[in-house]
Ligand binder design. Structure first.
Ligand code: PEP
Length: 221
């Protein structure tokens, strides 16, 4: 079995009470996850501490990720979470999500700085790109191919086309692991991870419900 990464992205959703309910439910729905599957849950900064504590308390088979990091080192940067602060709580971080590129005007230069900061403190990096032409900085651990039109729309790419783009990303960059994101569901996850070049998935909407997320992990086996 090839190693698979399933990275759930809660985006800007859930209060502490919502997250606690999710964790309690997920605990009851997830069985044993085979060692070849790594499940990362990327939550808002406000939930990192709570989710980290519950993962430990419930011995959940998931690792914790953040969804953003400052491009600056620790210091006078009001409202920013430095990589060192994020590393205190999380093992992974998503950088370059299309929502941040579009809504927060994050450029390739800024994203490069975020990757440098994250790398310095040992955060593992999931770097999102919309196609196979977008530059990918050094030190990225996993790239996520996420066509913008497929994110949150219910219209996923075809597994065959996603596989072609992922193969092209691998052929034209240093990146060895590439996952697919864009309307991944319990129904289509197997068709994506079954493709030879795709190393996992990044579900957003399908990670919000613990039963659905657990089913998606089961179906990826
Ligand atoms: C995402 O969160 O990057 C994503 C692809 O969302 P969704 O699965 O809802 O399309």
């Amino acid at each position: 079995m090839k190693p698979l990464l399933i990275a759930g992205n809660w985006k800007s959703n859930k209060t502490t009470a919502d997250a606690l309910r999710w964790l309690q439910d997920f605990k009851n729905h997830t069985g044993t996850i085979p060692t070849y599957i790594t499940v990362v849950l990327c939550v808002p900064f406000t939930l990192l501490y709570t989710v980290k504590e519950k993962i430990r308390e419930y011995s959940l088979p998931i690792v914790l990720g953040a969804q953003n990091v400052s491009p600056f080192p620790e210091g006078a940067e009001t409202g920013e979470e430095s990589a060192r602060m994020v590393r205190d709580l999380a093992d992974w971080v998503i950088i370059g999500h299309s929502e941040r590129r579009k809504n927060f005007h994050e450029t390739d230069d800024v994203l490069q700085k975020k990757v440098e900061q994250a790398h310095l403190v040992g955060l593992k990096i999931i770097y999102c790109v919309p196609d196979d032409r977008t530059p990918i900085p050094a030190h990225v651990d996993v790239t996520a191919y996420e066509p913008v039109w497929a994110i949150g729309t219910g219209k996923s790419d075809t597994p065959e086309n996603a596989n072609m783009v992922v193969a092209s990303i691998k052929a034209t960059s240093q990146v060895k692991r590439v996952i697919y994101g864009g309307s991944v569901t319990t129904a289509n996850v197997a068709s994506f991870v079954g493709q030879p070049s795709i190393d996992g998935v990044l579900p957003g909407g399908a990670s919000l419900d613990p039963e659905i997320f657990a089913a998606l992990i089961t179906n990826a086996r």
